[in-house]
Ligand binder design. Structure first.
Ligand SMILES: [Zn+2]
Length: 263
């Protein structure tokens, strides 16, 4: 192991062989223009030097684990800059999905406990948890538009201005109002499709039905597909492609203050 998976290590360029091996496994990265790949590689090296990786349940943090996560995690901030992730350092990687015990109190005050299966989780100002099985499968799952690393790091971006609400920090109330007007419309339409599919046997939508859980999940799930399968996503959500381009392709932005937790 190259020993750069420690906090505050020096930024070291990623060796060609390891980088090429990572690209070979992640076609959705490899297809990007050379200038973007150069930037992605530089940002991934900086990301590795600024984060602390922890293997859980016996998972060993190898270079392949570090590179695969770093290269995918920096994709949403390729233009925005790494400062969007400067409110945390820890990345916890499990071999596979984990069970999280949840407690909810219903309207009549009855407490319910259940286990939620998690492939990832992002805590506000805190660590990101990831299932290596899902991270490592990112190349294969790009056809379905599924990417757990991008999902959790988009939650991180969403939480820079408070509780996750499907709207990243934007420069003005007007910009926020316009963003949410588009998102809410697309989310309502998607939720309708999921309900029709689940209750009346309609055609299930291409995008992961988990996106119907809430507008914050819709934003994270939609971004997965936007970054790993743009052409199919554009066919399904043309209005969202324009909206996301206006944010993720925009110039590096100032990072405002924070908020909550999301899975
Ligand atoms: Zn989520």
């Amino acid at each position: 192991m190259f020993g750069w998976l420690r906090k505050h290590a020096a930024v070291r360029p990623i060796p060609d062989a390891l980088w090429d091996a990572m690209l070979a496994r992640h076609r959705f990265l490899a297809v990007r223009p050379p200038a973007q790949l150069k930037r992605l590689r530089e940002l991934a090296a900086q990301f590795l030097a600024s984060k602390e990786f922890h293997g859980a349940n016996g998972l060993e943090i190898t270079d392949a684990v570090g590179f695969a996560i770093a290269a995918q995690a920096v994709l949403p901030v390729l233009n925005l800059g790494l400062a969007w992730y400067d409110d945390f350092v820890g990345i916890v990687v499990h071999p596979d999905e984990v069970l999280a015990r949840r407690t909810v109190t219903d309207d009549s005050g009855i407490v319910h406990q259940y286990d939620e299966v998690l492939a990832g989780e992002a805590m506000e100002g805190g660590p990101v948890m990831l299932s290596w099985h899902d991270v490592d499968g990112a190349g294969a799952s790009a056809d379905e538009g599924y990417n757990v690393v991008i999902h959790e790091f988009v939650h991180k971006i969403d939480m820079r201005d408070g509780a996750p609400d499907g709207c990243p920090p934007l420069p003005s109330r007007e910009a926020r109002r316009e963003w949410l007007a588009v998102m809410q419309g697309e989310y309502d339409g998607f939720r309708e499709k999921v309900i029709i599919a689940q209750r009346f046997g309609g055609e299930p939508p291409w995008l992961d039905a988990y996106a119907a859980e809430g507008i914050d999940e819709f934003f994270a799930v939609a971004c997965e597909a936007y970054f790993v399968n743009r052409s199919r996503f554009e066919a399904e959500f043309p209005a969202l492609v324009a909206l996301f381009d206006s944010f993720f392709d925009g110039p590096a932005r100032h990072v405002p203050l924070s908020g909550a937790a999301a899975s």
